[in-house]
Design a protein around this ligand. Structure first.
Ligand SMILES: [Zn+2]
Length: 149
């Protein structure tokens, strides 16, 4: 039989074993391996190729895979700035690796031609705390995830 004190100690020990909270880096790394992201990246590349006569091209320098470019799905507003828009199709553009690596996370220029109506940017009124805003976004986001599945 387990005493109350022992089970309380076991519960405390279990809490001790909890991994530390996930960093942005590991969270982003996990995200880029997700099926939802790969599906969105494919969709954005396909849409870009449709605009460019069947060949996906970097929005910035115009190079394609045929020119030796490695194409990335780039978040216009980086994940580090707005995690809630990680699967927002209006927030993803095609960049080649060198253009993408040259971009700082302060640059949020959307280089895609403005042919399609782009949703106005969501403005969160959560203030500077960040955390509250992120939770609010995560909340609105869960329905979008199932939509993409
Ligand atoms: Zn490029």
């Amino acid at each position: 039989m387990v005493s109350v004190a022992e089970s309380a100690a076991a519960a405390a020990a279990a809490r001790e074993r909890q991994p530390p909270p996930e960093t942005h880096h590991t969270r982003a790394k996990r995200f880029y391996k997700s099926r939802a992201w790969r599906a969105l990246r494919y969709r954005v590349l396909a849409e870009n190729a449709r605009r460019n006569g069947g060949v996906a091209r970097c929005e910035l320098c115009g190079r394609s895979r045929r020119d030796g470019a490695v194409l990335h799905g780039d978040h216009v507003v980086p994940l580090s700035k707005d995690w809630g828009r990680r699967l927002d199709p209006t927030n993803v553009q095609v960049f080649c690796e060198s253009c993408n690596l040259g971009k700082s996370n302060r640059d949020t220029t959307d280089f895609r031609p403005a042919t399609e109506p782009v949703e106005p940017e969501r403005v969160e009124s959560a203030g500077d705390s960040g955390l509250a805003g992120e939770h609010a976004l995560a909340g609105t986001f869960s329905s979008e995830v199932t939509e993409h599945e």
